[in-house]
Design a protein around this ligand. Structure first.
Ligand code: NAI
Length: 216
């Protein structure tokens, strides 16, 4: 498989989301420069990103919205779907489960784990919660290779270690720590605090610029 950058994959996901919204509005075709404007990219960037996807539109009509969406899905998604485990069914874990339920038919959170016995055995959005003692067995039974970590920071490394020992290759980590993982494991971090602070900083910069009458 040729290596594709994380940024390209991120943009392909964004293009697909935009195309999904266009399809809902019955838009049939879109030109690369239009898609680029909606995604905050350039037309050249869009065309470059779509090269590995293997779909080229028509010079006169642009890209077929549904065809391009299908091609991106074929490129990005696992052919038989992908099951994901969620560890930590607290406030954030439940919010993730609620948001993601039914959103992507072939990328599904199928099992959850917690070490709080009051949650174990219950189902949230059709997803059963298991005790972390059952991690090995349940992950193997469900052929799961990716997991989301939503436990307190001081538990996140040991949870990650256990998951990797159970055969997990990819982690989406919400806990505010940097994980030590072997080279074969991919980790994606999400940190709303950093994003908030970034937004707050650039908001202040924007206000200062507006007050001094300068543009960006
Ligand atoms: P919470 O306290 O509501 O939930 C944590 C859950 O993890 C509980 O159900 C607890 O029983 C479980 N848990 C604790 N240790 C465990 C272990 N070793 N194995 C399995 N389950 C375990 O906390 P909340 O608010 O849901 O936050 C969870 C994590 O997400 C924290 O690390 C928090 O800092 C982080 N967070 C990150 C955000 C982001 O944008 N990245 C936003 C909000 C929270």
């Amino acid at each position: 498989m040729n290596s594709i950058s994380e940024k390209t994959i991120g943009r392909l996901s964004l293009y697909r989301r935009i195309l999904g919204e266009l399809a809902q509005k019955q838009t049939q075709h879109i030109y690369s420069h239009e898609l680029a404007a909606m995604a905050g990219a350039t037309a050249a960037q869009v065309r470059r990103d779509l090269m590995p996807v293997g779909y080229s539109g028509s010079p006169t009509k642009g890209y077929g919205v549904r065809d391009l969406m299908d091609s991106i899905s074929k490129f990005m998604d696992a052919p038989c779907g992908q099951s994901v485990a969620l560890v930590g069914l607290g406030n954030l874990g439940r919010a993730i489960l609620t948001y993601f339920a039914g959103r992507r038919p072939n990328l599904t959170i199928t099992v959850t784990f917690d070490n709080d016995r009051s949650r174990v055995g219950k189902a949230f959005h059709g997803c059963r919660c298991y005790h972390t003692e059952e991690l090995q067995k349940v992950i193997a039974q469900n052929n799961i290779r990716m997991a989301i970590i939503a436990v307190p920071a001081d538990h996140a490394q040991s949870v990650a270690d256990n998951l990797i020992n159970c055969g997990i290759y990819g982690l989406l980590n919400f806990a505010p720590i940097s994980l030590r993982v072997p080279g074969h494991v991919y980790v994606e971090y999400i940190d709303i605090t950093t994003s908030m602070e970034k937004a707050a900083y650039f908001t202040r910069r924007a206000i200062e610029r507006a007050k001094s009458g300068k543009s960006a």
